[in-house]
Design a protein around this ligand. Sequence first.
Ligand code: ADP
Length: 457
Amino acid sequence: SFVSMAAAPMLTKLQQDCATPLPVLRNVASSMSDDIRAGLAVDGGSDLKMILSYVDSLPTGDEKGLFYALDLGGTNFRVLRVELGGKDKRVIAIESDQVSIPQELMSATSEELFDFIASALANFANKGGNFPGKKGEIGFTFSFPVKQTSIDSGILIKWTKGFAVSGTAGKDVVACLNEAMDRKGIDMRVSALVNDTVATLAGARYWDDDVMVAVILGTGTNACYVERMDCIPKLQGEFSPSGRTIVNLEWGAFSKGLPLTVFDRDMDAASINPGEQIFEKTISGMYLGEIARRALLHMAEEGSLFGKSVPEKLSMPFVLGTPDLSTMQQDGTEDLHTVGSVLYNVAGVESDLSSRKIVLEVCDTIVKRAARLAGAGIVGILQKIEEDTEDAIFGKRTVVAMDGGLYERYPQYRRYLKEAVAELLGPETSQNIVIEHSKDGSGIGAALLAATNSKYG
Ligand code: ADP
């Protein structure tokens, strides 16, 4: 057998360092609540930015008409058109298209990028003939850091995710898109600028009035919830008729009370943003495979997990992806041959049954910690809402809308997350808290926010 006796105590050590017993989860949940309060009090008051979305009227189901959504958050952008028929008919028709952004445009000028987007939108709008009689209104989901100044304006702070477009930083991205549409003679306007988490909440709320929180668990992670305006000291200006607004936590930046290992610290130190986004680095899809790889490499080097020599590819950062962990954890074969082939194909690792079993334990440890901490974060948000007594939610049905590839495609992650929430809330309350997958709610959510914030009625 490959596995030397040295690997077993290393696994035990990893499990201890990653343990998330109830007291650890309780502490994370209450730190999340505290950080939410501190971030609502004053800008810069906590790790959590608590960004005001300016979305203060949520979809009711009564929305009618043809609306568009445009989603720019990576190397693809999506356009969507939905025809809303009001309370009974709801969604009459929906069409969408995906356009990939040519590499050269990611480092072009602002005008070039937005002209490309405007043209693609016009092509899509002209297809199918169902063109609106009045100006087409767009909900624009823009997943880069912006300083929002109203529901339909926001200043780009900086491009991320490989974009290096010149001339947009410091400008209003809505104005950039509106100007591009003017240049091209396109009769469409942005009515709502939103973050993807906010759009997910709006999309889920359209179908279900009890949705209060939305969480994205994909490559990265974020959360938002419906807050009372009188609970936001830093909010200046008038309260909306609803008295409520969506607040975007930017919760990836949370950092308190997390059980971290040497592998987390080393990964953070080697990252492009050391010391930042610690919660995101512990719970989101971009990182779980890499944490596991670092643990396995250590066990191979110091514990001869895969025999005397250490497979070379295992030293390459990010060779092991979170989808690989998920694939291995679904292996139901007696000899764990899926685990064996994933290890061989992605990392050039030859393994036997006993080393495969250890690999699975490592995956489970990393994923269990991630999912339970995400669950504790959700409970932190719910507790914050609950403590504002008028909004008591624990005694009635309350929905948390979930989306993102990690949540959607990693069954163990989903199960561990739900278990942690139930442990924290107790059997009675957890019956009222529904954690629900809201698939692709963000596209329709953005279109709905264009409808609820319509400029033309
Ligand atoms: P985004 O990149 O916008 O977050 P998604 O919500 O689709 O897009 O999430 C993609 C992420 O989900 C991937 O980066 C990966 O971490 C994770 N993921 C994708 N497929 C799987 C899978 N089969 N098992 C576990 N995680 C997955």
